[in-house]
Design a protein around this ligand. Structure first.
Ligand SMILES: [Zn+2]
Length: 161
């Protein structure tokens, strides 16, 4: 980040007590911390963790996780329940944070959650082109074109399961 978000002035680097060297705007007289979006993505499973729900959307021909941005004022957990309800009409009985990763393309910090459901009766909204439940071992192949989702799934499969 090179310029002030508010006034466009070129930032200088200045020492901030306890924080180290931080970009600073001489015009606004304030330190400028990074700004990025936050989003959640969900590994949605049945209660026995045998099947995983994947979706296709935005006209793209590959499977991905149900995901969405965290609204201002909302917790990550609230976003998980809201997005799952909106996009696929499910109500998880248990959610659990697994891993986070920064996604450069959209300047987003992605929080990946596990979400377990006992009622698997999916009702998609307009954002979803199609969906499928996969046996969990098939997810590696199904997600091969969704790099970040595959990274999260690998973490779940090798460390959590
Ligand atoms: Zn400024």
């Amino acid at each position: 980040m090179e310029y002030c978000y508010d006034c466009g002035t070129k930032l200088v680097i200045k020492e901030l007590e306890h924080e180290g060297l931080i970009p600073y705007c001489n015009k606004c007289k304030k330190f400028v911390f990074p700004i990025f979006s936050a989003a959640v993505s969900m590994i949605i499973l049945d209660k026995d963790e045998k099947n995983i729900l994947l979706i296709k959307q935005y006209g793209k021909d590959f499977y991905r996780f149900v995901a969405g941005y965290i609204n201002k004022g909302e917790s990550a957990e609230e976003a998980v329940y809201r997005e799952i309800d909106e996009e696929v009409g499910l109500k998880p009985f248990m959610i659990k944070p697994l891993k986070t990763a920064y996604f450069e393309k959209s300047n987003t910090l992605m929080y990946n959650f596990l979400a377990k459901c006992d009622n698997l009766d999916v009702k998609t909204n307009y954002e979803i082109d199609s969906y499928a439940w996969f046996p969990i071992e098939k997810a590696f192949d199904a997600l091969k074109d969704a790099k970040l989702a595959l990274e999260f799934f690998n973490y779940y499969y090798n460390n959590i399961r």
